[in-house]
Ligand binder design. Structure first.
Ligand code: ATP
Length: 607
């Protein structure tokens, strides 16, 4: 179980709390067993002393009983407190650890995963690891330590009885958990997987509800969810059956031990090697000791669920980022010009089964992790999306990219943002290779306005502040005024505090796009990437937005993807892309005489 060793290392910062939880759990158990044993001894000793008419000291046992009772009660409280504290700290640490590993994988490596699957890993899989410490680690350590103490204590009276107790504790603490783990392995793994699939289907169904209704597919989706729910219930029923059998078997073993103690202990009382109160004490003591092993069958039965959750997390954490972070010092570019030479790139071929909800196998993360830097997965090479692109973009120059859908325009932006690494060729920023820049440093120098602006489910102000967290209100308003959205915001009853809704649903496409432009202005980056910023807007909005875009472009190095002649006429150079190659280049006026460019702009229709 290498996962357990890795988790143990991850839990290193919390070992103090974990040790504290173990110590208190052990003290609580020992207090409880002492209480039972001394009570049994005391009652019997009092009865024997009363029958014989002799006096006995009852102060000491009474004090031990009271002390044990108080220790047991207080112990239970502190055990909960400390073990929960340890667990919550572990989970909080794991979340940060997981998120740190997730970040460099976005967006290239995470494409293989469904967003619901990622959410499940971040939430449910990390939560499932709370089992490990509270339900597995503490009970196992307590059972081993206490079991040895119980054996030694019983052996002080009789070795045979001690061996009997040890044997029965081993049955309940080792044999039954092993059996539970074996039989619980498959349902445990399936439960985690089906739960993930169910969440994925639920999110897909909710997000695509309109489509399901329009195309009459709601029933079949409901049947799919129903089948998954039934499968989950069936696996959970198997687990519950196992739990019931294991609990009954533990109870039976404990009671058989009590009987065994009496069976073998009575002859010892007869031959005088054991006093009657000692037999009563050992009998009840042996029964109480099973509290140490009672949680183990259930813990091991659920161990597979916990390990499956851990494996799913490690699968992502072990994935190599598509573009490794440089280890050398951060380069200082001489300016913010871009130079692209012989750029070639292709996306990795899809992995069979990738993106399927809960399954680990085949695991998209693992497969991607073992891929080469170009991200290849199979022997058949997918077609090159960019093939031999050359482009000089000195500081302040504006270049437009034009091309049919799927010609590779957005892909070029993805390479400039270092989301993917080129297969061949180079990109330089201010004379320095792009791969020498740490991702964060590079992205500070580039602002992007894409077709699909993501707005977070928060206020307009917060959405703007992600570009410049320290920006004062005046600067926000100035950026919004330049982006021609300030007047609209000012007229809203809550102004900049207006909630934009999930993915900005309360704003129109044009308003969202203008907020994206204001964000880019606030970012104040010297390089600007614009991916069809006016796409899908009506003519009036488009004109207003183009004005905002013009202001944004002033003084910056710009790459603009667009098919709007008005915008193209103002660019220094235009590249026409076709299947990843530059097939025409020049100014708008020059290209109007070229064969492809006018067709792409729809300008040849009248001819
Ligand atoms: N993540 C990806 N994995 C695999 N293939 C991809 C991926 N993203 C894009 N592609 C493919 O790469 C090609 C170029 O896509 P790209 O988005 O760069 O085109 P585009 O020119 O920007 O198109 P559009 O104008 O429609 O946005 C397309 O054939 C697309 O299917």
């Amino acid at each position: 179980m290498p996962e357990l060793i890795r988790l143990w290392h991850l839990f290193r910062p919390y070992r103090g709390w974990m040790l504290g939880g173990f110590a208190v759990a052990l003290i609580t158990l020992l207090a409880n067993v002492t209480l039972m044993a001394i009570s049994a001894w005391f009652i019997t000793a009092m009865a024997v002393a009363g029958a014989a008419g002799v006096a006995m000291n009852y102060f000491t046992p009474a004090a031990i009983i009271r002390g044990s009772a108080i220790a047991r009660t207080a112990g239970r409280y502190f055990e909960r407190l400390i073990t929960h504290e340890a667990t919550l700290r572990q989970l909080a640490g794991l979340r940060v650890w997981f998120y740190r590993h997730l970040e460099p994988l976005a967006p290239a490596r995470l494409m293989a995963y469904h967003s619901a699957d990622l959410l499940t890993r971040i939430r449910a899989d990390i939560d499932a690891l709370d089992n490990l410490y509270v339900r597995v680690l503490v009970p196992v350590l307590v059972a081993i330590t206490a079991g040895l103490a119980f054996f030694v204590f019983t052996a002080l009276f009789d070795l045979g009885l001690a061996l009997l107790l040890l044997g029965m504790l081993l049955i309940a603490g080792v044999l039954l958990p092993w059996w539970g783990h074996r039989l619980g392995k498959q349902p445990g793994r399936r439960i985690v997987e089906i739960q993930a699939e169910l969440r994925q289907a639920g999110i897909d169904g909710t997000q695509g509800l309109s489509e399901l209704l329009i195309y009459g597919a709601a029933d079949s989706h409901a049947r799919h969810m129903d089948a998954l729910s039934r499968a989950l219930v069936a696996e959970q029923a198997r687990m519950s059956q196992l739990t019931g059998i294991a609990q009954a078997a533990t109870g039976l073993t404990a009671n058989l031990t009590l009987w065994g103690m009496l069976w073998f202990g009575i002859p010892l009382v007869h031959d005088g090697s054991l006093a009657p109160p000692q037999l009563a004490m050992l009998a009840l003591f042996s029964l109480a000791t099973f509290e140490a092993v009672a949680p183990l069958p259930m813990a091991f039965q659920q161990l597979e669920s916990t390990l499956t959750a851990a494996r799913r997390l490690f699968a992502i954490v072990d994935t190599e980022p598509a573009v490794p972070e440089p280890t050398g010092p951060t380069p200082q570019p001489r300016d913010h010009g871009l130079s692209i030479e012989g750029l070639r790139f292709r996306y990795p071929s899809p992995v069979a089964g990738s993106g399927s909800g809960g399954s680990d196998s085949p695991d998209p993360g693992m497969s991607l992790g073992s891929s080469s830097s170009s991200g290849m997965h199979s022997d058949t090479k997918p077609p090159a999306i960019l093939d031999g692109i050359d482009l000089e973009l000195p500081p302040g120059r504006r270049v437009a990219i034009v091309g049919a859908t799927g010609s590779g325009k957005t892909t070029l932006f993805n390479l400039l943002l270092r989301f993917w690494a080129p297969e061949a060729g180079s990109i330089r920023l201010g004379g320095e290779p792009l791969e020498h820049f740490p991702g964060e440093d590079l992205r500070r120098r580039i602002a992007l306005v894409s077709q699909h602006t993501h707005l977070f489910d928060t206020s307009i102000r917060e959405n703007l502040l992600i570009a410049a967290p320290e920006a004062p209100q005046g600067l926000l308003e100035q950026a919004c005024a330049t982006a021609q959205i300030h007047d609209f915001i000012a007229e809203l009853p809550e102004g900049y505090d207006t909630w934009v809704g999930e993915t900005g649903v309360r704003l129109s496409g044009g308003q969202a796009r203008r907020i994206a432009i204001a964000r880019a202005l606030l970012r104040d980056a010297p390089i600007l990437l614009l991916d069809e910023p006016t796409e899908g807007l009506d003519a009036v909005t488009e004109r207003a937005l183009m004005d905002a875009v013009q202001r944004l472009m002033t003084g910056r190095t710009v790459l603009l993807i667009t098919h709007k002649p008005v915008a193209l006429a103002q660019m220094d150079e235009i590249l026409v892309l076709d299947q990843g190659r530059v097939i025409e280049r020049g100014t708008h006026a020059e290209l109007l005489k070229a064969p492809i460019y006018p067709r792409l702009l729809g300008l040849d229709l009248d001819a």
